[in-house]
Design a protein around this ligand. Sequence first.
Ligand SMILES: Cc1cc2nc3c(=O)[nH]c(=O)nc-3n(C[C@H](O)[C@H](O)[C@H](O)COP(=O)(O)O)c2cc1C
Length: 286
Amino acid sequence: MTTQTKTRKKAAKPAAKAKAPKVPAARSVAKPAAPKTVTVDGKERYHEPAPQGIDLESFRQVVSSRRSVRKFTDKPIPQAVLDDCLDMALLAPCSSGLQPWEFYVVKSADKKARLVKACMSQLAAKTAAELIVCVARTDRVQEFSRKMLREWPMPDVPVLVKRYYQLIPYNYAPGPLNSFAMVKKAATAAGGLLAAVPRGPYTGAEVKLWAAKSTALACENLVLALRAHGYDSCMMEGFDEVRVRKLLKLNDAAFPIMVVGAGERAADGVFWPQLRFERKLFVHEV
Ligand SMILES: Cc1cc2nc3c(=O)[nH]c(=O)nc-3n(C[C@H](O)[C@H](O)[C@H](O)COP(=O)(O)O)c2cc1C
């Protein structure tokens, strides 16, 4: 039972200051400055109320009017809008809170021309006002686990959280030729006979998939945020990965998962009506 809500005097270390947004509407989702707490069953707990009264129809309109746009007008996207959309991308949920993503906004005309070519000169890339390469990274697990503990947003790091982030870097280290992964897989297979256990990600491929999942969620936030601002996008995985890697000088642990072309939708920017198959093919109640 909750009995009271109060603001803690000792605020957590402030998170890195975000760039001052010029688009106030999007800021309404900002988190409270200091953690509020509530007493539940005699214990002081963090309290973040669920905002009510969000305009569902506006949300639905954002989601349902998002289309893959293959032709954009010449209109640029204001920097403040783009920054706001990127900020919203960074709010996506991410496995273990480890934010395994990076977004390269390609500004240089030369690099942009090379990126368009790497995207096989797709019209969505050629006409886009902005091209953003979305990259999943597997090599920052240790760095970000430590950062998480240093910047924990409450005055004390719970013991279990501390242990979790101390352990996780070992969990996600596949080792040479996946050797550590194979040992971990064998161990969890044995342990899994008795109880539910995590089965990965252990191998290099699994860790790559791990990073790609969270990064794709951030990409979705990005394109929905663009739509909410009146702009459009096209996610593209039709690109030459070798060329994109070279262009951005990515290391072996950074994987471009998609390029997002963004801009204002041209009158003929959507090529055909949206087609989704019948719901029963996808939604199951079990
Ligand atoms: C991961 C991913 C990769 C995609 N790659 C391309 C691409 O390279 N070129 C393109 O024109 N569209 C690309 N698309 C867009 C899809 O073709 C499009 O989402 C799909 O046809 C459904 O249309 P809608 O997005 O308008 O609903 C991609 C979409 C996703 C999610």
